[in-house]
Design a protein around this ligand. Structure first.
Ligand code: GAL
Length: 372
């Protein structure tokens, strides 16, 4: 049921992506997996184009219960990564891994702490590693030590740069990255605003979209791409833009609240649009907007990314203009399936993609039913 809803949503997203002319062109988006508890009856359907990722790989594996999985998360307190790791663990268990053989470590946003955890996993001889790096720039060092230990590696969420990915390919290492193309999420954010029409957004009547931008932690390229592509989508729609303020809120609600309060204090009613690179920060922005007695949908517009439940409820109430679903089901399932493929010796492409879904009042309830 949830699966069908998401598949339908994704097909809408795919059409939108094609129309927008962006998103991952080289790979078909994966059919949307259901949450893990339904997965026992309905195995994941990896992308058809990933020919090395057979749809029945998880079911075919015999002795996963004996396999040790090490998972490193950059920071447990991150809302989105909490959804991700919970789903990842549930899904791994639904595939046949034993709960006691899945170890998930909190890097506490500190690369030295995480590196230590990786070293311990290597000493413990885990069979496969799934890593959400604290610093994407540390990927080369991490890859080198994990490959030297003969352990297959699945990176998630924070994409290592192109030159690093090239090394996996050139050396034919068992290393892959699972994630969505953040350019698409930025484009969707911009379209959410552009679709409202200049006449409805340009409250100060200067003929431009006056916006403030609250960026995530630059350690994730998602922050950079969402920033760039949200604005680009406005420009591509023929709109003139005026950036009033652009600062880093590190994906954090409280930091964003302070920044947006400052921006609203400084620029007042000239602020027409608040772009936040994620929903946690959009929730902080909303607090600041409420404090200044501004009204989303009337005199200001607010968008985020992730589709956290609270954000979806705000979209339904009209207190957020929209968000973009960052599909933690597909990403966590694809990461677990990739781990199984390495254990089975089937192998994987070096990059496994999925699609974002644009969320407005029209589909927020469906997405909420799915994520809740
Ligand atoms: C992004 C997500 C953010 C945050 C970040 C962590 O994809 O939208 O909310 O979780 O990953 O790297």
């Amino acid at each position: 049921m949830k699966k069908k809803v998401l598949a339908a949503l994704l097909s809408v997203a795919m059409v939108a992506t094609l129309l927008a002319g962006c998103g991952s062109k080289s790979e078909e988006p994966a059919a949307a997996p259901a949450p893990a508890e339904e997965e026992a009856e309905a195995p994941a359907e990896p992308a058809e184009s990933e020919e090395e990722t057979p749809a029945d790989a998880p079911a075919a594996s015999g002795d996963l219960a004996d396999k040790k999985v090490g998972v490193c998360i950059y920071q447990f307190s991150d809302n989105f990564m909490t959804l991700f790791r919970t789903e990842l663990e549930n899904y791994l268990i639904s595939l046949g891994f034993a709960k006691e053989n899945i170890s998930i470590q909190d890097g506490q946003n500190d690369q030295a702490t995480q590196t230590n955890q990786i070293d311990n996993f290597i000493t413990d001889e885990v069979d496969v590693l799934i890593i959400n790096p604290v610093n994407s720039s540390s990927a080369e060092t991490i890859t080198d030590k994990v490959v030297a230990a003969g352990i297959p590696l699945v990176y998630i969420n924070r994409e290592p740069d192109e030159s690093e990915q090239k090394r996996w390919e050139e050396n034919n290492w068992d290393v892959t990255y699972v994630g969505c193309d953040a350019r698409q999420s930025g484009t969707f954010q911009g379209e959410l605003i552009a679709d409202l029409g200049l006449e409805n957004v340009d409250k100060n009547g200067n003929g431009k979209i006056d916006y403030i931008m609250i960026q995530g932690d630059p350690e994730n390229v998602d922050a950079q791409y969402r920033t760039e592509f949200s604005v680009k989508a406005l420009q591509d729609a023929g709109l003139e833009v005026n950036e009033l303020f652009n600062q880093v809120g590190n994906w954090q609600q409280a930091e964003a609240q302070t920044l947006v309060a400052n921006a609203l204090g400084q620029f007042g009613t000239d602020v027409e649009v608040v772009f936040c690179n994620n929903d946690a920060m959009a929730l902080g922005a909303l607090q600041a907007i409420n404090e200044k007695e501004r009204k989303v949908g009337e005199d200001i517009f607010l968008v985020g990314v992730d589709a956290l439940s609270e954000a979806l409820e705000n979209v339904l109430n009209g207190t957020m203009t929209g968000t973009v679903f960052n599909d933690h089901f597909s990403q966590s399932h694809n990461a677990a399936d990739a781990a199984v493929n390495y254990l089975n010796g089937t192998g994987n492409d070096h990059k496994i993609s999925c699609d974002y879904v644009k969320v407005t009042k029209d589909n927020a309830q469906e997405v909420l039913d799915m994520v809740k």
